[in-house]
Each structure stands twice: as C-alpha cells, then as structure tokens.
Design a protein around this ligand. Sequence first.
Ligand SMILES: Cc1cc2nc3c(=O)[nH]c(=O)nc-3n(C[C@H](O)[C@H](O)[C@H](O)COP(=O)(O)OP(=O)(O)OC[C@H]3O[C@@H](n4cnc5c(N)ncnc54)[C@H](O)[C@@H]3O)c2cc1C
Length: 499
Amino acid sequence: MSSRKMLIDGGVDSAAAVAPAEHYDYDLFVIGAGSGGVRASRTAAGFGAKVAICELPFHPISSEVIGGVGGTCVIRGCVPKKILVYGASFSGEFEDARNYGWELNEKIDFNWKKLLHNKTQEIIRLNGIYKRLLTNAGVKMFEGEGKVIGPNEVELTQLDGTRMSFSAKHILIATGSRAQRPNIPGKELSITSDEALSLEELPKRAVVLGGGYIAVEFASIWRGMGASVDLFYRKELPLRGFDDEMREVVARNLEGRGIKLHPQTNLKELTKTADGIKVVTDQGEELIADVVLFATGRAPNTKRLNLEAAGVQLDKTGAVKVDEYSRTNITSIWAVGDVTNRVNLTPVALMEGTCFAKTVFGGQPTKPDYTNVPCAVFSIPPLSVVGLSEHEAVEQAKGDILIFTSTFNPMKYTISGRQEKTIMKLVVDAETDKVLGASMCGPDAAEIMQGIAIALKCGATKAQFDSTVGIHPSAAEEFVTMRSVTRRVPAGSKPKTNL
Ligand SMILES: Cc1cc2nc3c(=O)[nH]c(=O)nc-3n(C[C@H](O)[C@H](O)[C@H](O)COP(=O)(O)OP(=O)(O)OC[C@H]3O[C@@H](n4cnc5c(N)ncnc54)[C@H](O)[C@@H]3O)c2cc1C
C-alpha cells in the first residue's frame, strides 16, 4: 500500500487518468525498440496511453547509430544464435544416426552461406513483424537516434541529420547494451557476437575469448559446423555464476565434443599474418586462427543519451540506476532492460516493460519479480537452470541443504553409442522440503526446465516432485524419480561436488 502511494505521489497515472496530458506531445516516449521498449510501448498503448517510440535504422551488425526494431534478441542475439545452434546440432545428430541404421556413406556438405541467408531472411521477417505489432497497437514509430534533453523532452536525430523534438509526460529508456572488446594490441582484428552471427565465411580455426554463455554457445556452434575451436577464459571453469557441478559437466561436454579448453588464460596480442590471425596468450602459447571472437562482456547503451546532462544517475558500469519499479531519480524518466544491467535476458526485459506500463498507465503498481527466473545456455548439449545453485542455497539457507543428483546415459545414446552423460540436480531445503533450485545439462534441458520453473514459482516441495507421475520413457521423468539424497550439506558449510 505504501509503495502504491509513493508512486502516485510521484506522478503516476491511474488507469482513468490516462487521457493524453494536453500540454505534452505524448504520454510516453520510448527510446529503443528492443524487447523491453516494444513490450512497454504496446502495453502502455493498450492502457490507452498516447505512445511514440524511436529506433535506429536496421542492420544485422549494430553500431552507435545502427540497430533495428526488434532489438538485440531478434536481430543479433537469442533468435539468430538459436538458429545457428540448430544448424550446428545436425552434425552430432548425423553421427548418432549411424547406429540407428542410417547409412551416411556420401560426404555430407554444409553450406554456410545458405544458413546465413536463411537466418538473415528470418530476422528481416521478424523485424517486419515487430514493426507491425507496434503500428497495430497504435504506437507512433520514428527512425532515428533518441536523446534525453530534459525530464519531459526527447530529441530525435534522423538519418539525414534532421532533428525533431518531442515532449512527453513520461520517458522510457530501453536502449539495451552492446558488446565490448578488451583493450589488447590487435583488438581491431577480433570480432564480437554481432559479426559472428553474420560472417561471410565459416571459420576453419576459431578462437573464442570469454567464459560466459555467449562464448560457450559460439564455441559449440563453430565446433558443430566443423571448425577447430579454442576457448580461452580467466576462471578454472566457464560459466561463472552457474552451479559449479554443472559448470564442470559443461566443460567436460565441450571437450568431449572436441573443443580445446584453455582455463585461466587470457589473450595478450593479436597480429595479422599471411596465414591468419596470430594469437598470443598470457601463458606464452601461440596459435593461428581465422576468426577471434571476443565475448567478454557488454556495456549499457547510455553514452550518447545525454543522461548526465538531464540529471539521470548512472552506476559505475554506466547502467541507468532505477528503483524497484524501474524509475530513475528523475520522476518522469524510467528505464528497463539491459540498459539497467539487472538480469540481462529477453524475458526479464519483457517483464520489466510490462510492469512499467502497468505501474505508470494501468493503475497497478507492479514490481518485476526476479525470483526463480529460469535461463539456458545453448551449448551443445544445453544447460538450463532455475532458482538457487547449490552454492547460493548453502550461502542463503538457515538450515541444511539436501542435494539430489541423477547422472545417466540418455536413452538415445544407448544405441548411438555417444559417450555423454546427462545430469540433473535438485537443491532442497532440508527443513521445509521446498525445492530451491533445479538444473540440468543434457538434450532438451531448456524445454524441460521451463516446466520445472512453474513448479518452483508455485513453491513446490520435493515430496510434490516425488508424487508427480513421470512421462515414460523420457529424460524429464528423472526429475520426479530422484529418491535418494546424494549429499546433505550442513548449514554454513562449503558446497561440495562428487563428480
Ligand atoms: C549473442 C547474444 C545472445 C543472446 N541470447 C539470449 C538468449 O538465448 N536468451 C535470452 O533471454 N537473452 C539472450 N540475450 C540477451 C538479450 O538479447 C537481451 O537481454 C535483450 O535483448 C535486452 O532487451 P532490451 O530491450 O533491454 O535491449 P535491446 O534488445 O538491445 O534493444 C535496445 C534497442 O535500443 C536501440 N537503441 C540504442 N540506442 C538508441 C538511441 N539512442 N535511439 C534509438 N534507439 C536506440 C538499439 O538499436 C536496440 O534495438 C542474448 C544477447 C546476445 C548479444
């Protein structure tokens, strides 16, 4: 109740008050038509608000002045990445098919240019769909670069340099983030994920720098397409922040699929040679690559928005600082998605956009809920998780934690002969029996975890998992048949793995 009052005192419209404020051009002006901006503007328009949105011109590779309606997810993130993961997964499927009786005698060719073309066509199609979604919702679209001039004023610079200025009762910053490259000699020879999704030629020798999910995914993609891949990262294991036991499994699987791992290794220098890019590591190794991908992090798109001049506070990473309702320190200016650097995932940007519109235009102050946000790493095979990792549970819980794990050979591989175990894990509060976290590394992990996430959101107990009837034969049924505790971790102790 008090939060509602605070927002209303701060100038939030109730549903009935959404009638356009006469002295403003718009009730809402959104800068950036990616996941968060599109969702927020459509939802706000649905509540009756007069909404405008601006977005940079379209191209698969972004820059400070290039983007496209649909944003990172659609044009140079989740969607094209997943298309390439699908493409790369066929090579393993072909290997697995042999023991199922498929005679693949002839040489199988992979036509990268065809996949690249089809991927680009698909993102162009989606870009069109997103534009139509906005138009159909009654949102006015502008192409150009938006800047914040004051608490209620936005300036738009169009491609031809024409400037326009608009007033708005509320401004939403939804400008996302862009890949950054570490400052090493020869960094201009490297590429980021933007270019990696649009390479003219498929690399034969790929070097990937980074231990995050984007690095791991591109390593899997290129390996699946037949390249030799060397993956370099600073920590002992890739995927910092994920469950340690799962990180070990992912590392083992990457190696099993033929990716060369270089833990605790950084790149020192890149130089161009006649044979390719010479890569020198801080361990003194040297190798030659056709492409070097830097997947070393992203920075919020705030540099050119004039935010400091408008008085909007940023944190030390350059992200827009917001409260629990996505409001900045300036009461009429809000921000959602990657530009706020909270949980940088598409469904989270969508949730923040919806909550913003409900709060400001729907008369329902709503905070985004970050508990039990599921996510996936689309390595081959994928990893997917929801809730707390073992480490987080041990740190946060007051009492003991029970760990249930199941490691098994997926049925498909018993015939194909592939040596790659699937692992599942449940993290349970010993006292309440509540399932605090779940993770899986193996085929279809993301598809399975989405359902488990609903159970966790409903506060399911281990007993309820156990009383659920399995679907047989499936891998997913293991989640409801893990009867014996793998280990009990006493409160306050360090998490252990037994793999
Ligand atoms: C390679 C890769 C893979 C990913 N895979 C996944 C995944 O599998 N699952 C997942 O959930 N997430 C994934 N993500 C993350 C996901 O794409 C982002 O979290 C999501 O797109 C954030 O949405 P957003 O609206 O905050 O920003 P964006 O989608 O980046 O949209 C911001 C928009 O603002 C525009 N813009 C910037 N400045 C201006 C300006 N001054 N004026 C006008 N417009 C401007 C940009 O052009 C852009 O279109 C991936 C990201 C990458 C890079």
